[in-house]
Design a protein around this ligand. Structure first.
Ligand SMILES: [Zn+2]
Length: 839
């Protein structure tokens, strides 16, 4: 986008071929000293500066990719030679052919490599407190736009740089506002009491295979549908007391399905980064530590399976833009790759300690950014050839008839349609059979990516030293979409007669007096919630017959008005049946009034829960500590959800002090401190006694178990041989309970902590039902991922429902909506909310 109308009038008058000297630096343009202590440009200023660069320089083109969650313009700056930018369409076409070389002759391929340019994608500041990259980007872009030296011009001839100074603009703005507001107070540079992404906070870098957030979707579209870069660098910041910068090579483990030429490109670039840093006298440079090459959830990680050379840099942080002083005695290692802080082969020149500032972060980031541009220019034809080789190898991994089939006729047809749509959004090619089955051919450039996401994970138990413990997963260890989504996708042979895939239409006839909607898909919640707000929705508490067939417990019946509103929310693959009238043996269903607890220690699970509920048409109200403590909760709520938050944070607002880690927990301003305290606990107890429903997710179950003295305990609390890292476990579901309506007899639950319940027989005043149980045979428990000591969890309860006074308590001891990635278990949560309004 060429923008000329801008704040600074003088700029608008600058002709396109302006001499370099007339292009203002970011500090000149913004009137603030960019990179100085306690000084930050916010995202709107950054965008204004890039628009000014775009207007003034033929080497910079700003393109708004889309809107963020809170409505900001998410932009990319394409920076290259004037000739390359003018030739953009052709260069994009070349990148596309290199990424998908099917049908190219050897001569075609060679010609494309000769003509093509390296597309280098650089993203920064996804984590909004890691502010350095967003500031550095302005200075770097200015330098590239104004350079007159032959070397820079050569780099811009060989490479098209696609620079995103921040891929979380909303959070960049929130954090800069919070920082400015607290400057000069004792809270300067401290944490915010809320998430820096409206829904997901720091987990915005965990969304890259599920694509649930607008920013992820927008950037993924730019990467996998528009630009098809060969190299992607994502710039982050890490803790303040270790090395000054990490860059690849990564540490163990590495996923064996990623093409080794990814690592060869990445390592070559990483070596050049370290080389240039050392030459510039920068100490504290480390590689081969902490950050692995195994998990596909992060920004550039997903790209590894899509044949892109993805790099991460992590620079030591300051307190946002406030310098920190690190005493030499405070410097520490402690992670994989650097056990003790001191010189070793991957860390030859430790930083000695001292003052560390925003300017240092920006200087380190600038050097590595220049180094990657330099290497991409130097290795232009190698990197294009390698990208081509990776795509060809991916295609050749499988036979031409190897495929996955996503059957149309399955328990959750809407979920199946959603899986197909997600793969298409990833740039995966799909085919459709006339019966609606979707086929995913594996002999395509993203074939390995498809296989990674559709099959179970088995974590490689790598050891760095013989006899010692394995390297533990960095994040989660399972991402098997069919298990998480509760849908079937199976290996199959590709039939010959297939059509191109397109999203299926829902089948929701509107002629009739009533409509029966069978339970079984989380997607039905959208229809039920819309229907209840417009008309009458009834639910069958036991199997009923209607329209000449049997319907299971949990089936809902919509009247005409409800159906009309519901149909407007329909998703592909959804269907219902028109019948004469709803059976009389049904109960009206009412919109549950939901309170969602939000602690001041920002909880990503609170954000994810809010996101999922809103997506499915629930309208949760945020419940802060003060509102809970005030009591009288039944007046406003049928159900209160406690997201996955530790009992200490719920009770007091502060995490348990981790003695070993010596973690300091910075104070928040007084209006954001405290927890539920005694009054809040009493208010929740009163709420449930008077008929409310409390739903606790994962860790927060322990809070309710303690406060309400429930006949349940965490049976893994002291099992020292048990360990797990975000894995999918098999659980057997108790049928017929209002919380398990529509669920299959067996589900994959996502578990990431040592939590599984033992229950005991309560007194006559209380009923308890185990809703889901881990299998008795320990070898049957793990479906995907990594777990140690499955014997400890076998036969224990995963979820429990209890009556309590006139109300109910639902304990869901697993991550029921983990990062919005587990629709297969959403019904536990949704059903619990509907149950809250039942008689
Ligand atoms: Zn980060």
């Amino acid at each position: 986008m060429k923008t000329r109308a801008l704040a600074v009038a003088a700029l608008v008058a600058v002709p396109l071929a302006a001499p370099a000297a007339t292009i203002p630096s970011p500090s000149e343009f913004l009137g603030v000293k960019v990179g100085a202590d306690r000084t930050v440009a916010d995202y709107r200023q950054i965008l204004a500066y890039f628009k000014a660069l775009d207007a003034a320089s033929p080497r910079v083109e700003v393109e708004v990719l889309g809107k963020t969650t809170l409505g900001e313009d998410l932009f990319l700056a394409a920076i290259s030679s004037e000739a390359n930018l003018a030739n953009r369409r052709r260069l994009q076409e070349i990148a596309r052919r290199i990424a998908d070389p099917r049908g190219l002759t050897e001569a075609d391929a060679e010609a494309l490599v000769r003509e093509g340019k390296v597309f280098l994608f650089i993203t920064g500041n996804i984590h909004s407190t890691e502010i350095g990259a967003s500031q550095m980007a302005m200075e770097w872009a200015h330098a590239l736009a104004t350079a007159a030296d032959a070397e820079t011009k050569r780099r811009l001839d060989e490479v098209v740089l696609l620079l995103l100074p921040s891929i979380n603009p909303d959070g960049q703005i929130m954090e800069t506002e919070w920082y400015r507001k607290n400057l000069g107070t004792k809270y300067e540079g401290g944490r915010m009491p809320w998430l820096y992404h409206h829904y997901v906070g720091h987990d915005n870098n965990r969304d890259w295979f599920m694509l649930t957030q607008k920013e992820t979707q927008t950037v993924s579209r730019a990467v996998y549908h528009e630009w098809l870069p060969q190299v992607w660098l994502d710039e982050h910041q890490m803790g303040a007391t270790g090395p000054r910068i990490f860059m690849p090579p990564y540490t163990e483990p590495v996923d064996p399905d990623i093409h080794p030429l990814v690592w060869r490109d990445v390592n070559l670039i990483g070596a050049k980064m370290a080389f240039r840093l050392e030459q510039a006298g920068k100490s504290g440079v480390i590689y081969g530590a902490i950050f692995d090459a195994y998990w596909p959830g992060g920004t550039k990680n997903t790209a590894w399976w899509k044949n892109i050379s993805g790099l991460l840099t992590e620079v030591a942080s300051v307190r946002f833009a406030t310098p920190v002083r690190i005493e030499p005695s405070e410097l520490s290692g402690g992670g994989k790759g650097l056990v003790e802080y001191g010189p070793q082969t991957n860390f030859p020149n430790p930083w000695p300690g001292g003052t560390w500032r925003l300017r240092d972060i920006m200087d380190y980031e600038r050097i590595v950014s220049d180094a990657i541009l330099e290497t991409c220019a130097e290795r232009r034809s190698d990197f294009l050839k390698n990208a081509l080789a990776r795509a060809r190898a991916a295609i050749a991994t499988y036979g031409p008839a190897d495929a996955f089939r996503i059957p149309a006729g399955q328990r959750d047809a809407a979920g199946a349609a959603r899986l197909a749509a997600l793969l298409a959004e990833h740039g995966v090619e799909l085919r459709a059979a006339t019966n609606g089955d979707v086929y995913v051919p594996l002999a395509q450039p993203y074939g390995r990516f498809v296989n990674e996401l559709l099959t179970p994970q088995r974590y490689p138990e790598t050891k760095l030293v013989p006899g010692k413990d394995i390297v533990r997963p960095y994040d989660v260890s399972a991402w098997t979409l069919p298990l998480m989504m509760g849908v079937t996708a199976e290996r199959a042979t590709l039939p010959s007669a297939l059509a191109p895939w397109k999203a299926a239409s829902p089948s929701l006839p509107l002629q009739g007096a009533a409509f029966a909607l069978a339970p079984g898909s989380p997607e039905t919640a959208r229809l039920v919630n819309a229907g209840m707000r417009a008309g009458v929705v009834r639910v069958a508490r036991a199997a009923v017959s209607a329209g000449g067939r049997e319907w299971p417990a949990g089936t809902v019946f919509l009247d005409g008005a409800a159906a009309k509103a519901a149909a407007a929310k329909a998703e592909p693959g959804q269907s219902w049946t028109a019948i004469g009238s709803a059976p009389s043996a049904t109960e009206p269903l009412r919109v549950p009034r939901i309170g969602l607890y939000k602690p001041w220690t920002a909880s990503m699970d609170e954000g994810w829960t809010r996101f999922v509920l809103e997506q499915y048409g629930f309208e949760p109200k945020t419940l802060e500590n003060k509102a809970v403590r005030a009591g009288n909760l039944n007046a406003d709520f049928d159900a209160i959800v406690l997201p996955d938050v530790t009992k200490e944070v719920i009770a007091t607002g502060k995490p348990k002090r981790d003695e070993g880690a010596m973690r300091y927990f910075p104070e928040l301003p007084p209006e954001y401190t405290g927890g539920l305290e005694k009054e809040g606990a009493a208010a929740l107890k009163e709420f449930v006694e008077k008929g409310g429903t409390l739903v606790a997710l994962s860790s927060s179950t322990e809070y309710l178990i303690d406060e309400l003295t429930l006949p349940v305990r965490n049976g893994l609390g002291r099992a020292s041989d048990f360990a797990i890292a975000g894995s999918l476990l098999r659980a057997e579901v108790t049928p017929g309970h209002p919380v398990t309506y529509g669920l299959p007899t067996e589900v994959a639950v996502f578990q990431d902590e040592a939590l599984a319940f033992d229950t005991v027989l309560p007194g006559p005043e209380m009923e308890r039902r185990v809703l889901a149980t881990y299998p008795a045979a320990s070898q049957d428990v793990l479906l995907s991922g990594w777990m140690r000591g499955p014997e400890a969890i076998a036969r224990k309860a995963a979820a429990v429902a209890l009556t309590y006074g006139k109300g109910r308590v639902v304990l869901l001891g697993f991550r029921v909506q983990h990062r919005a990635q587990t629709p297969g278990t959403f019904p536990f949560l949704f059903n619990a909310l509907y149950w809250s309004t039942a008689r």
